[in-house]
Design a protein around this ligand. Structure first.
Ligand code: H2B
Length: 97
């Protein structure tokens, strides 16, 4: 979202303590989710896509058979914002459904 403030390095490090499965890679955060099948992976992608549309904040998505890698950043802000950690929280939740 335009006008959003990028988080500072220390704020990002603090957030990552709350999301231990996510790793910082430059100006992105990333997690690979592993599912029991391709079908389960696609259902997760479908759920995250619906959520992304509803909040207008979209992940980069890589599907490799039963694994899905989400890469998050706020393009309009040029870095990581609270929206990315909100999306990480929802992705973590959807992966357990
Ligand atoms: N997704 C992400 N990850 N970053 C953005 O800056 C972004 C987005 N901007 N989805 C949104 C769409 C914006 O372009 C629209 C107009 O809401």
């Amino acid at each position: 979202m335009r006008g959003m403030k990028c988080l500072a390095d220390d704020e990002i490090a603090q957030q990552l303590q709350v999301f231990p499965e996510w790793a910082r890679i430059g100006d992105d955060i990333q997690r690979t989710f592993k599912f029991s099948s391709f079908d389960a992976a696609i259902r997760f992608v479908d759920a995250i896509a619906l959520h992304a549309e509803s909040v207008q904040h979209h992940p980069d998505i890589l599907i490799r058979y039963s694994k899905v890698t989400l890469t998050l950043s706020t393009h309009d802000a040029g870095g990581l914002t609270t929206s990315d950690f909100d999306l990480a929280r929802e992705a973590d939740r959807l992966a357990t459904i």
